[in-house]
Ligand binder design. Sequence first.
Ligand SMILES: Cc1cc2nc3c(=O)[nH]c(=O)nc-3n(C[C@H](O)[C@H](O)[C@H](O)COP(=O)(O)OP(=O)(O)OC[C@H]3O[C@@H](n4cnc5c(N)ncnc54)[C@H](O)[C@@H]3O)c2cc1C
Length: 368
Amino acid sequence: MNIDITEEKLELTEHFLNGKNIWFKKDHNIKYDTFFKTGGIVKILITPNTTNELSIIIKYLHQNSIKYKVIGFTSNIILFDEIQYSVIISTCNLKKISIGEDSIEVDCGYSLQDFVRIAIINGVEGYEGLEGIPGSIGGGVFMNAGAYGYQIATNIISIQYIDEFGDLNTINKEECKFGYRTSFFKNSDRIICNVKFKFNKSQTNQDIVKRVERYHIARHSYQEFAYPNLGSMFSVNTDFYRELIKNESKLFIFYYYILKIVTKNPVIKFINRKSPNSSALNWLILKKIQKTKYSPSRKGMNVLINNGQLSTKESFDYIFEIKRRLGENFHIENESILGPIYKIQPEFNATFQEISNYLSTSSKEKAK
Ligand SMILES: Cc1cc2nc3c(=O)[nH]c(=O)nc-3n(C[C@H](O)[C@H](O)[C@H](O)COP(=O)(O)OP(=O)(O)OC[C@H]3O[C@@H](n4cnc5c(N)ncnc54)[C@H](O)[C@@H]3O)c2cc1C
């Protein structure tokens, strides 16, 4: 693999940022800052305070052909302990918000969870389904995040973004090509800066509060929250377990349904209502995945957890096996960040290659 930056360019970048008074951290270990609690040293982690600073940075990086990666709250990305990254830009300080008569403008680094709170206190509906999605506005718009039948795109009016040359543009919702977990910003160098949402007040906010409460409780019951994780690995809108075992023998599938009836019937569901889990079904399916050392979340096998015990290789062997079982119609939602690279641990080379081959096959399948 290629190293994405020279020492000289790193020094020049530091000099440039110091000259412009733009905040950055040098040689920052990002591991414990990330949602998944993984990641190596970042040579230059830039945290701009304004859209204007962001634009200046992108212009500079573009003119000097320096690669970079933008991150929000890292709740959908896997950074690797074995990689030292060169330049990463975090949007965490871009948090301006201004509420108008019937619209609200919010910067990309604002939290989705706080945004739901702002909607509640202003009696605005349409954002309840974003409750509990732990990302930023920018990360949410990038992949058109949503749940419970809601999508962040629904109430968008327009978006201000910085293009790959560092120039600021504004586009309306129709130009954003929103689809299921996708947008015009995916697979591009465009950075979402500010989003204008409809903010139409409803008559009463009691129903809004009830819905937010319902979604919050559902997430707390059904979602893994003890171990670091990135939500659902694969986007599967049918029965995930059924998809996992679809190529097993009829006898195995029969056992699966018996176990499901025994462990997921209404009485057991009621008894386990405070801590629902899929441990029994996991146990059965894991017997078929003999080579994995991975021990999945009790909440479900479609969540990758970091239990602090496994190597990257072991975690990815599990992902590869799940993908093999699901087949080419299902794609991983969690994004692996393989660059920009400053250094990489030599013993990680083979795994790095395996992951990048997997990602390129997967993106070809997606494009079909
Ligand atoms: C427990 C849990 C539950 C979750 N539940 C859901 C769910 O119900 N529905 C759902 O849709 N997602 C869910 N997610 C996934 C995740 O929270 C969302 O995808 C979220 O929108 C990611 O936002 P982020 O700020 O963390 O982005 P990051 O993870 O930091 O980045 C994700 C991608 O967005 C890009 N990006 C970030 N900010 C910008 C920007 N300003 N401009 C351009 N690109 C940008 C990054 O480059 C990266 O490619 C869940 C995650 C967890 C951990």
